[in-house]
Ligand binder design. Structure first.
Ligand SMILES: Cc1cc2nc3c(=O)[nH]c(=O)nc-3n(C[C@H](O)[C@H](O)[C@H](O)COP(=O)(O)O)c2cc1C
Length: 357
């Protein structure tokens, strides 16, 4: 059904518009009472429950950052069976992002190129939404309903100079850490000029140390802190990040964000070129994402959480990431191509894979 709609409707309209249509549909469905039905259909089996970062996760598989940047659809998305939902990237100030068109499909590769540029409503607007969601979640939990873990991913406001990045991240941290199950410092989006320079250890060390301290102070508890890195880092830089994470006693790493590489694509090069600059995601990213995962796992103690993301489409692929040492796995692009029941299939196939593995 979704494939038919995708082919006949979505491929004819702007991908960003299709994204908003799907979200509106999900929210409408929830308002008219279909949420409960979806939840029953998609709820992950209890055997998929895992523990990580001091939390219980209903499934190791969750939704990567960027899909629900402003926490406007968390509960409708939760009904689809995600074990966690990472909202954001949120920045200190609201910003419109890059001019449209800024999201492109490469259907042959089941890939996307995006240069959204952190379009979001800003930390102050997102905070009350998360407060409301947390109180609804507490009620759902009491009623024994499926509730995902909610992560918050933060980034730098575009107009803030790189030298003032830490203060910018601290504004988001103080505002959002109290309403986050875990916090992610995103220094790996290719769409905010200069952002990825923050992955240099000399910039990253003071940034992560400051955010970690501010998060715990603002929330009056330990908020698990992770850093999200790019697949384009050289191996030596991945190792350096791992060393820093160990040094600082950070809770984990998310690997990886989208890539600026265009290698390995089957799509018409003219189509790829026409899309222009931005981050590439989807199956073409899987190989590098796995290499980074393997490298990180070799360098980090088992107690450091690794969330693997990049090119995952099936339950078997989620199982593979877990076998390679990931504690949790995320996806985004395959959701666009597979539709709302994708998560259900992932959880079902993951369960079989883990049973037979
Ligand atoms: C349209 C789009 C927007 C994204 N926005 C963000 C974002 O705001 N913050 C972030 O950390 N990652 C963002 N990502 C990256 C994803 O979270 C993920 O790391 C990447 O897409 C690789 O996973 P995938 O191949 O399963 O999509 C975005 C990805 C896409 C496709």
């Amino acid at each position: 059904m979704y494939r038919f709609v995708f082919k006949t409707v979505f491929t004819r309209i702007d991908p960003e518009q299709a994204h908003h249509l799907v979200i509106s549909g999900l929210r409408l469905g929830t308002r008219i009472g279909a949420g409960r039905v979806l939840e029953r259909l998609c709820r992950p089996a209890e055997s998929l429950q895992v523990r990580a970062l001091g939390l219980v996760w209903p499934s190791p598989f969750g939704l990567a950052a960027g899909f629900d940047k402003g926490a406007t659809s968390v509960l409708p998305l939760a009904n689809l069976g995600f074990g966690h939902i990472e909202i954001g990237t949120v920045t200190a100030a609201a910003q419109p992002g890059n001019p449209r068109q800024r999201l492109f499909r490469l259907v042959r590769d089941r890939a996307l190129i995006n240069r959204m540029g952190f379009n979001n409503d800003g930390a102050a607007a997102v905070r009350p939404r998360l407060e409301e969601i947390r109180s609804q979640i507490a009620e759902l939990k009491r009623a024994g309903r499926h509730v995902p873990v909610i992560g918050v991913n933060i980034g730098k406001t575009k107009v803030t100079p790189l030298e003032e990045a830490t203060e910018d991240y601290l504004i988001s941290t103080r505002t959002l850490a109290p309403v986050a199950d875990y916090l992610v410092v995103n220094v790996s989006s290719p769409n905010t000029p200069g952002l990825r320079q923050l992955q240099d250890i000399t910039s990253l060390r003071p940034l992560l140390a400051a955010v970690g301290a501010a998060a715990d102070e603002a929330a009056q508890r330990h908020v698990p802190l992770l850093v999200k890195i790019a697949p384009d880092l050289a191996d030596a830089d991945v190792d350096a990040v791992a060393e820093l994470v160990s040094d600082l006693g950070l809770d984990g790493v998310i690997a990886t964000n989208t890539t600026i590489s265009r290698e390995g694509l089957q799509s018409d090069p003219a189509q790829v070129q026409a899309a222009g600059a931005g981050g590439l995601s989807g199956p073409v990213l899987a190989e590098r994402s796995k290499q980074v995962l393997i490298r990180l796992r070799a360098a980090l103690p088992r107690t450091t959480t690794i969330i693997s993301v990049g090119g995952v489409s099936t339950g078997a692929e989620v199982a593979e990431r877990l076998a390679l040492g990931a504690d949790l796995v995320q996806g985004y692009t395959a959701f666009v191509y597979e539709g709302p029941l994708w998560v259900r299939r992932i959880n079902r196939d993951l369960r079989s894979a883990l049973r037979s593995g």
